[in-house]
Structures are given as structure tokens and as C-alpha cells.
Unconditional design. Structure first.
Lengths: 344, 344
DNA sequence: ATGAAAGCGCTAACAC
DNA sequence: GTGTTAGCGCTTTCAT
């Protein structure tokens, strides 16, 4: 199975390589006669010719590959959705994606960017798995887009989730069900600062819209895992009856999972006695809880698509400000009316 | 920022491109004089030269890229671990991985294999996200390795999890804690046939080793989600006291999660009244449950590494039979002694 | 409508 | 030790 070159096709069809190139790339509108086209195609087929993209890339200065450097493909379930989004549009447009995981190591990151530009990728997507503001690594190619992070020193297109709008949607959902005493189980101050702050802003705005004065006792924090959520929810449920929340909005689904545990352990029903809304829409958590969790989805797939679309210049992007991708609310079974009519 | 070529470096250093190539690739052992080497390196540095891998690849017929085609990077949390394993070894050896997700669509698959071989990848990894026997797609390059699946018509190296040994380990763990009545909450007959069968074999073997005759009533099935596990566990717990299991081995962590719910809803303590072992070691589930779940880990990271190692010829592999990668047991808090001494 | 020839940027014999 | 030269397999003017 020796490699078959274009010249082999040319010889077999009795034409020049230039002609072969024309018919194989030129579509049917080329100026080559129909008869010759047929001969060439048949010859190519017959001898099993497959073009060598490396040679083509060298000549055309286009590799039809885009690099994707990320800090962690493995450690979050979200990474896959981003990748999938990017991959889908790449594939649909004849592009391949070259993936490098840098594990958040700056040295590996530099090395990755170098390897990728050395490989002449047509564009580069720089992705982080948590919404952050990051310093732009050196040596980025002209066509670079930031995914789930913003470059410190603007001037690159970027896309991040609209966390504020997400917090707003979550709390509005609870408000619409009739709740007035709504708690926010927030992340620890050390973690996920941006998401935490933005979702909290959404929370406050929603309360404001409903004319509710936020009760500081209803803003609690914990580690962003189930046990942290459970502890925070316990604190809330220990409040005297008249100050206790009838609903909680949790920073993420895992904390919401802990809130379920807290409620269930004291015989409280979800959503009968306590309504709960999460954030992230992690399938393994949100959909599997009993009852299934109403939550706000992080639009990783859409962000991945968006990034690839601007990388391939399929979509214009303003480098001045990051695009805010909507976080839709996913209604499942954890929100209901408050247990009894409530006054403020 | 026009592209800088090797000839620019040569000109700047006053040598030929051949010399530049030698010093830049030849390591320090080349036959170029130390003085010239210095001049070349300095010139390259000064004008910011970066080699063009496409040109190099065309010449050397090595691209230092390996293709990875998978059926789903997005829909399972395991995909990331496989990718990470593959990526880590690729990176450590100066290789890049080109990823394509085919969504299990044969047409896309053919197209992916073609694109990748056209791109002259040095090797190809064909990955599936569920342990399966698959028909080998046409046109695979000589150096192909199968990941988490076996080619129907042998003759390619492959690696899959040792599910049988995993089931064995899970049940031995329960046996060691003193249990005798151990149930297996299995997958539905329609799902994951290979894993289901193999884990069951491990279960039976472990019981056999302990001199226990399997009780068919203790082998139940359900959908491989939390609700399926809950229903199955409920059925088990409804058994008369003398036939009821004191421990259950669940097909996966999600079903185990359902078993927790079933136990908790009837006031049973885990592991006080019921010990539970899962399978998969899904972080989001196993580690977050209360108590944390003892489970058997699927070695995705290791399989990813293995596949890339044989792809890069760093490790020999026999194409005759798939390699069985061990599934280690992860001890957490869901296994304890049976509630009271038990007789068979 | 088709072919000749140059060259993408690099490496590797082979000369000197 | 270093330079010359000939490609790797393709695309693309420019002739014809």
C-alpha cells in the first residue's frame, strides 16, 4: 500500500498534474472538459488516490486545522460540551481541531501555543473551564478567540456565560412560584469569584424587581460541593420559623444536592416544604436527583460553537467586549409554591 | 509580523539554510562548530524565527500528530479522562492530538478517518465511550489502536477495562466486610451488554470463592439511572427479612445513588443497615454522596495513556487479544459490617 | 482546454 | 565544518 501521489493519477489518466488538481479541487465548474474530468476521476478512484493535505497546506498556506488550548479537558464535565460545540462547527466546515491540554501550567501553555502556531493552524481558541479574566499568553496568532474567559488586555474576541442573567432567571422562577423569602447559597469567597459575584447580582436584582429587601441572613456561603451546600442549607433551616426561607437558590448543582440532603434529613419535602434551584445543569446531578432539579444551564456547547464560528470567520465578533451567552433556566421538579401563604 | 523563514535566519547568521537546519535540529552533538552554532541560535532568536512544521512534515513524512476519532466526547464524563491520558503522553513526546467526534455516525466516521489520514497523522486512535466490540471502519492507517472497544476482526491492538476483575473486587470487598447475602443490581438486559455480563461473572466468581450459592432473587435489574437503581433496591428491600440482602453491588454509581435513596427513604442507614458498592467512580456522584460511595473505578485515563503509548510505538502491543486494564476499587464510606451476624 | 514550470519551507545526501 | 542541490506533493500562474 505505497502512497499514491497526484502524479500517479495524472499518468493513469494521461494528463498533467495541473489538470488533475483542477478537476479534483475545482468543482464541476472548472474549465476542464467533461470528458477529461471523467477520466481523471475514474483514474483517481481506480488507483485509490487520497490527497496529501500536508503538501497542499504548504502550498496554500491554509491547514484547515484550528488549535484549541484548554486548561483542563478532563477535570470538568463541561469541557466536553465546549469541545463538542467547537468540533461540530469545525467538522461542518471541513476543519479539524487540534487539542492541547495545558493543565493550567504556563510553561506547557507557551509550549502548546508554539507547537500549534508552528503547525500553522488557521486559528486558535484559548479556553478555560471556569469563567475568568486571564492574562493573554504570548505568541497568540492573529486569529485567536477566548472561550469562557476574557483576556485582561482586551482586543480579542471572547465569549462567557451571562451569569448575572442566569441568577436573575433563577430567582424570578422562585418569585413566580410565590416565594418571598428566598435564600442564596453562595460559593466560598475564595472560589469562582466572578460567577459568584455575578449570580449574586442577578439574585439581588430579581429581589429588587419584586420589591423585596434582601435579608442578609439569607445570603450564606459554603464550599462548592454537596457537603458545603448541606451545611449552608442546615444553617438556613435552623433559622426561626418566621425568618426561614421557603426557597433557596444554590450557586451550583452540587450544593443544591447538599440542600436536598439537608431538607430530607429533617423530613422536609422538596418542593413541598422547600423549593430549590441550582446552577450548571450537570446531567449527572441535576437530572438524577429526586425530584429532578430545576436549574440554570451553563451554555458550554453554544459557547464552543460561537468560538469556532468566529475562529473560522463565519461570524463577526467585536473584540472590544466579551459576548455574554444566555444561561437558560431548565425547569424540572424542584420548584413549587411556598408551603403556606407568606408575608414579608 | 511577516512570516520568518529559515533562509532569513541563514542570511542573518551568514550561513546556509542547511547549517541552520543542522544546528536547530541536530542537538548539541552536531558537527557544526560551536561558534557557528552560537551565531545561528542568536540570529534565530533575534529575528524571532519559528519553524514551519508543515514544511518539515512534508519533507520528513512525519507530522507528529496523532488522530483520535471518538463517538462522543461530550456525552460522557469519561471521555475527558481518556483524552487526558492520551494527551499527556502525546505532549510528553512532542505529539499533538487531532480530535474528531463522529457522534456515532458511520458517514462522519469515514469522513473523519479520511481527513485524518489525508492530514498524514502518524497514528490513529479509534475510541468508543462504552466497552464494545465494533466493526473496524475502512481505511484505517497501519498504525491504529482501539480504545475502549475491540475490533470485530482482530488484528489491531486494543485496550478495554477488566470489568470481570472489577466485579470480583467489588464483591470481595463486601465479602471481606462479613457479608454473605450480597445482591447485584444489574443493568437492563438491553444496555451495556458486555460490561453487565462481565461484572456479573465477577460477582458470581467472588461468591463462588466464598462458598456461597448465588440466590437468583438477589440478581435484579433496572434502568442504569438513579431511578432504576432505586426501584431495584426497593424490590430487594421488600424481600422478607431472612432473604433480604445486607449489601448490594450496583452496576454503576448512578444506580447506587438510587439505592441510597431507597435505603434512606425507609430509614435505613448506609452502611449501618445496608452496604453499597458502585461502579464507574464518577466523581460527581460517588464522591458527593453521603456517605461517599465505595466503588470500582473505570481506568479511562490509563487506557488513554496506553493507547497513545502503543500509537507512538513506546510500548509493544499484541494485536491478537485486547489488553485488559485493571479496575481498582476505590474505598470510601459505603461499606461496613452487616447489621447483625448472618448465617447463609 | 491543457501543460510546463516555479515554488511553498524545510531536510538530507552528497560535495568540497 | 559548511554549502549545494534535489526534492517532499501539491497549487497556480503563465504559456500554448
Amino acid at each position: 500500500m505505497a502512497k499514491i501521489r497526484m502524479s500517479d493519477v495524472a499518468a493513469a489518466a494521461g494528463v498533467s498534474t495541473a489538470t488533475v488538481s483542477m478537476v479534483l479541487n475545482g468543482g464541476s465548474n472548472s474549465r476542464i472538459s467533461a470528458e477529461t474530468q471523467r477520466r481523471v476521476r475514474e483514474a483517481a478512484e481506480a488507483i485509490g488516490y487520497a490527497p496529501n493535505s500536508v503538501a497542499r497546506s504548504l502550498r496554500t498556506r491554509k491547514t484547515h486545522m484550528v488549535g484549541l488550548v484548554s486548561d483542563s479537558i478532563a477535570t470538568t464535565p463541561f469541557a466536553g460540551r465546549m469541545l463538542a460545540g467547537a468540533n461540530d462547527v469545525a467538522r461542518d466546515h471541513g476543519y479539524l481541531v487540534v487539542l492541547v491540554d495545558t493543565e493550567d501550567d504556563p510553561a506547557l501553555e507557551r509550549q502548546a501555543v508554539q507547537a500549534l502556531t508552528g503547525q500553522q493552524v488557521d486559528a486558535l481558541i484559548y479556553a478555560r473551564m471556569w469563567h475568568r479574566v486571564v492574562p493573554a499568553p504570548a505568541g497568540l496568532p492573529a486569529r485567536t478567540v477566548f472561550l469562557d474567559c476574557c483576556p485582561q488586555d482586551g482586543s480579542w474576541p471572547a465569549v462567557v456565560p451571562d451569569e448575572r442573567e442566569g441568577g436573575l432567571a433563577a430567582v424570578r422562577e422562585l418569585l413566580a412560584a410565590g416565594h418571598r423569602r428566598i435564600a442564596y447559597v453562595d460559593a466560598d469567597e475564595t472560589e469562582d469569584v466572578i460567577a459568584s459575584r455575578l449570580r449574586h447580582e442577578g439574585y439581588l436584582q430579581a429581589l429588587g424587581e419584586a420589591g423585596i429587601t434582601p435579608d442578609p441572613a439569607l445570603h450564606v456561603r459554603g464550599e462548592t460541593v454537596a457537603s458545603g451546600g448541606r451545611a449552608a442549607a442546615d444553617a438556613l433551616l435552623d433559622l426561626p420559623a418566621d425568618r426561614r426561607p421557603t426557597a433557596v437558590f444554590c450557586f451550583n448543582d452540587r450544593m443544591a444536592m447538599g440542600a436536598y440532603t439537608a431538607a430530607h434529613r429533617r423530613g422536609l419535602d422538596v418542593p413541598g416544604d422547600l423549593s430549590i434551584v441550582g446552577y450548571d445543569d450537570q446531567q449527572l446531578v441535576a437530572a438524577e436527583l429526586d425530584p429532578p432539579l430545576t436549574t440554570v444551564a451553563l451554555p458550554h456547547y453554544e459557547m464552543g460553537r460561537w468560538a469556532m464560528e468566529v475562529a473560522l470567520d463565519l461570524r463577526a465578533a467585536d473584540a472590544a467586549a466579551p459576548v455574554l451567552m444566555p444561561c437558560p433556566i431548565i425547569r424540572r421538579g424542584s420548584v413549587g409554591p411556598p408551603p403556606h401563604p407568606v408575608a414579608d
